[in-house]
Ligand binder design. Sequence first.
Ligand code: ADP
Ligand code: MG
Length: 628
Amino acid sequence: MADKIKLLPDSVANQIAAGEVIQRPASVVKELLENALDAGASLINLIIKDAGRTLIQITDNGSGMSATDARMCFEKHATSKIKTPEDLFNLNTLGFRGEALASIAAIAQVELKTKTADEELGTEIIIEGSQFKSQENCSTSIGTSFSVKNLFYNVPARRNFLKSNPAEIRHIIEEFQRVALVHPEVSFNFYNNGNVVFQLKSAPLKVRIAQVIGQKNYEEKLVPIAEQTENLKISGFIGKPEFARKKRGEQYFFANNRFIKHPYFHHAVESAYSELIPDGSIPSYFIFLEVNPEDIDVNIHPTKIEVNFTDKQLIYAVLSASIKKALGQFSLTPSLDFEQEDSMRFDFPQDRPVRPPSIKINPDYNPFESEQPEPDPRRESNQTNWDRLYDFETSSTPSDSSDSFSSTESLDSPDPAPSENTEWAASSMDMIPEEESDVKVGSTTFIQLGFTYVVSSLKSGLIMIHQQLAHERILYEKYLEQYENRQIASQQLLFPVNINLSVEELSFVKEIEQELKGFGFDLEYFGQTGIIINGSPMDVSEGKIPSIIEEILQNIDLGHDPGQERKKAFARSMARQLAIKVGQKLENHEMDQLTDALFSCKVPEVSIDGEPIVKTLSLDEIRSRFLQ
Ligand code: ADP
Ligand code: MG
């Protein structure tokens, strides 16, 4: 039999190897930024075109390279940073495998211009798909400039694998931010398609953090942390608890100046905050850990951001303690006030009289008017829901009743299955609306309790509906349905609304622009990170727009929220912002419509956050209270 094994040509082998180091434009940006920093640059310019597909150019004022080094740097395992095997265990230089440039040159068209301080002329090299095209002397300033053009031009499969431009830009911004945070002493400029994305002057760390996050007065939200033990140094800044938001993205760990992800240490931080921030919120942090290089497992791929520490538990403990100390020192706890947050979801405190709401409502305003086209197509499901309530209560036995109402419904996927106490129809009572002949809710009388609950009597007890959760559910289903049927009408605003965003938020907005439009938001961009909303969904007032956009940005986790989930997150955000609130007085006809609309929903019993919307108090329970 003939021999089959052949050696791959170098160009193919290089392309394969390149795939490990360079997955996307952001990987090129990371490698080139790190090289520039290793070369001692104090100013680095990054220029991107088409999210890095057509051009990534990085210019630095670092040491530059001699003509020979300039040629050598593209060779595999060419590095000036490792001379002995021991150097492998030193993480102080960033790239340490001499692979990045060889990889980039294998899958792109690269132009290098470089000059050292003691040379008259610099060197210009062009290399494409690992093939040297030219090498010439050139006049250029001290330092190095790499232009990486048409990334993956010779690997179509990889090129096709890239995501949308906004998504790729977001990855680039992420890498850039990580590097810029570690080097506040270095100035950076970052342009995308000719627009400034970042202009960062050399600054103290606290200022750099604010620059990178791109929010005004961000410094005021930060508290320093500092701790030193024999083998560990912790420094950096953490966010004051009151500014913790639901959004991820402002959580940074650096180990010996490399960005890392470490769920275990993240837990240490979260636990230190646990009493101080509402559930679901995530504190911001920018924490620098310094350990002996031997205490980090370097046997990891240089592009990976997961690392292993020899003494994780100790670091966890010191970290948690130092955060508590920092928060304590700045006596941040007294300024916390969760009352507002809580009052959104829970009963009014028993020991205080219920204050009338300060909100005035227009008696003519009918929040549900627009949802009730005639003839009401939802009437059918409304009737069914009430009928089921009727049927269930009269036909089921206590033993099989536990999952009756909700499990017959095809639950919308993000809505968790109702928990035990949401099985409001589970009692064995005859929960029949009082007028048996006509179970439609329109004929029932409602009272409002504590400006929170809509209560009505059924034949065998009481039914209580949480007004805010109910309205959220109604609006959620309405927006979702309208979006799917492309029915959301947009109104042009008389006074467009300007919103300033952080750089990251802006890239989020760009990524979800289509959905925003689909939901009726007409927007344009202005300045570096601003957007102008010119149009909004019909029933959204101007004043509500910024909070809706903020809520959407907080709720959309782009990493985990592709396609389907996104529109749900949108609908959820709009519903949350626009729903009537706890504390709002409802007129009789409003309670009527609220209940009617709720029972027209697909999932009337579970809130959009998985909480119960409806509870019942059976006649038996009421009776038992009297007997005692
Ligand atoms: P590594 O960074 O792991 O050494 P690279 O392939 O990234 O490998 O770079 C190879 C070598 O090229 C570096 O070791 C360095 O000597 C040189 N080099 C790369 N970029 C620059 C730069 N911007 N300025 C000066 N020298 C550079
Ligand atoms: Mg490198």
